[in-house]
Design a protein around this ligand. Structure first.
Ligand SMILES: [Zn+2]
Length: 274
């Protein structure tokens, strides 16, 4: 009988189907993790820019990333405030417009679905995200810790001002006047964490706490370079969690706490796991 695509063994089909960008995800591994997720009570998910690429959100790192521009990088440091606010708004205004227009992709939707599934059996899924695009909430996720803030909120640039951060869809005009605080008239800033600033304590403290309780930690679409990925993996692994990395590229220095790496786009892998 001639060898055709139809006569190839089933396992080979599976490997072909699960082969992305040169990475290989084994069906057995996918099934095993899916079973574990189906039985887990506490799941912690750490997400980074990679999960939002399929929604059209640009990444900051990598060859075409924003942080390759040294001037832009310096302007996003807390020490450069308040003089850097025009550059920050010129950069983050378009990012806000992009986030407002973007739609969650199958990876965001799969996590929202898993959160619902866990809730029905008295479990809990929490997402700690490094993204500022609000796409997890748009997908329907309720337990979201925004480690780097949200571009969809603004706050006063005067740390002493009592105005709390507020949802804001305004896109300040390029080269126009800066938006100002309705209480003190100082310029507003996007409610995001700049370089040199601490991560918001309630979000990072809760993420650390949950990493002690997690049965499973999913690390999705993050390079691992940025704190606190490594710390959370360390804690979760020490306290007995299975840690899975889902990323387009392998990490240069894989963290020893990672049980298994699934290489490929999150929007293709996550729906298979859930
Ligand atoms: Zn103010």
């Amino acid at each position: 009988m001639p060898i055709t695509f139809l006569t190839l063994p089933l396992t080979l089909y599976t490997k072909i189907i699960l082969c992305y960008n040169g990475g290989m995800v084994d069906r057995e591994i996918v099934d095993r993790i899916a079973t574990q997720l189906g039985q887990a009570r506490q799941v912690l998910v750490l997400t980074g820019a990679g999960i939002s690429v399929a929604s059209g959100i640009k990444t900051y790192r990598g060859p075409a990333g924003m942080w390759n521009d040294a001037q832009l990088l310096a302007a996003h440091h807390a020490d450069a405030l308040p003089g850097s606010l025009p550059i920050i708004w010129a950069t983050k205004g378009p990012v806000r417009a992009q986030a407002l227009a973007a739609l969650p992709n199958p990876a965001h939707l799969a996590l929202a679905q898993l959160e619902q599934q866990l809730a029905t059996r008295d479990g809990q899924l929490t997402i700690a995200t490094q993204n500022i695009d609000g796409l997890h909430q748009k997908a329907g996720s309720k337990n979201v810790l925004e480690l780097h803030g949200s571009v969809l909120r603004s706050r006063c640039s005067d740390p002493g001002c009592v105005l709390p951060p507020f949802p804001d869809q305004t896109i300040p005009p390029a080269n126009g006047p800066l938006p100002t605080c309705p209480r003190c008239n100082q310029p507003l800033r996007p409610d995001i964490v700049l370089f040199g600033e601490r991560l918001p304590a309630p979000a990072i403290d809760l993420a650390k706490h949950l990493s002690h309780q997690a049965d499973i930690l999913l690390v999705v679409g993050t390079s691992g370079v940025v704190h606190p990925a490594a710390g959370l993996i360390e804690k979760a692994a020490t306290w007995g969690a299975q840690c899975y990395l889902i990323n387009k590229d392998p990490w240069e220095n894989p963290h020893p706490g990672i049980t298994q790496t699934l290489l490929g786009p999150a929007e293709q892998i996550l729906p298979q796991l859930i």
